[in-house]
Write a protein that binds this ligand. Sequence first.
Ligand SMILES: [Zn+2]
Length: 358
Amino acid sequence: MGTLKIKPGVITGDALLELFDQCKKVDCALPAVNVIGSHTANAALQAAREAKAPVVIQFSHTGSQFYGGKALDNADHRASIAGAVSGALHVRTMAKVYGVPVVLHTDHCAAKLLPWVDGVIGAGEEYFAKNGEPLFSSHMLDLSEEPLERNLEISRKYLSRIAKMKMTLEIELGVTGGEEDGVDNSGVAHDKLYTSPSDVLRAYDVLEPVGSFTVAASFGNTHGVYAPGNVKLKPTILRDSQSAVRTQRKTGKDEPVSFVFHGGSGSTPEEIREAVSYGVVKMNIDTDTQWAFTHPIKKFMDDKSAYLQGQLGNPEGPEKPNKKYIDPRGWIHLGEKGMTARLVEAFKDLGSFGKFDF
Ligand SMILES: [Zn+2]
C-alpha cells in the first residue's frame, strides 16, 4: 500500500485518477467543501495542510456568483462564470504557497444551469491551450431530474468535451434529498432517494468508453442537517452497484466505480465509514462547515456586544475606541479557524487524515 506521493498544487488528469484509486485502495475519502470567497477557500487550504491530505475545493453556481460579488448582474451566468474562474485562479495561486494538493471542482449543475458550466469549460479550454492542463480538475452535472437516458446522453456529450483535457465528470443518479442552493428536494418520493445498481451499470456502459467519471449515487443521503428518522441511509446500494458492474462487466477491479457522497453534513462516523468502504472517494460537506464558520462569529458578537455598539464607547469608558473589535479581520479569522477545525475532523472521519505524502 504505502502512501501516495503527490505534488502540491491542483491535481488534474491521470494524477487525479491515481488519487481516487489510492483512496479506494486504503479505504479513505476526501472532503469536498463548498467555498464562497477567499476566506473559506483559505480555510480549506489550511485544513489540507493540517490534515496532510488533499482537499476538494468546489464552487456551486451561487457560490461562484458570490465569489465574484453578489451585487453583480448574473444575466447569462456571467457573474457565476467569472466568479468560478476567479476562485479557481485564487486556489491555484495559493495551493502552492500552502504546499497542499487540491482537487478543483464545480458542484451541482442542473439542466437550466448548463450555460454556466459551458462558460466555465470554455474558460478552461483557453487555460488549457496556454498551460497544457485544465483550469479545474473536474465538473459536476446534476441531471438527476431528467429521465436516465437523457441524463446519460447529455453527460456523455460533456464528458467527451472535457475528456480532451483529461478532466473527470461527476454525474448524479437518483435524487439527493433535502435542500441546497435553491433546489428543494425535501418533498421527493422516498423511492427516488435510492439509486438502483442497474442505473449505475447503465451509466458505466455509457460513460466508461468516453472518459473518467464519478457517480453521486443516492442512498438516502440528504443535503442539510435534519432531525434523524425521516429517511434511512442505505450505503449497501453502493456495494451492490460495485458488484453489479464488477461481475457483469468483468472489470478486473474490486471497485470499478468511484462514488461521491453528497449531503455528508450531519452523518455519523459509522455511516461515513461504511459508505467509504464501498468506494466513496469524495464526500461533500457544506452545512456543517457553514455552521463551523458562523458559530464562532456569533459567539464573538455576543461576547463583545458591549464593544460593538458604536465606534467609540464601551464598558471601559464613553470615549474608548472599539477599532480592534470592529476590524472584520478579527472575527472573520475566527470563522476561518472554525471551518478549518471542522474540516480536519472530516478528514479524520473519512480516514484520509495523514494518509498522503507531499
Ligand atoms: Zn450535493
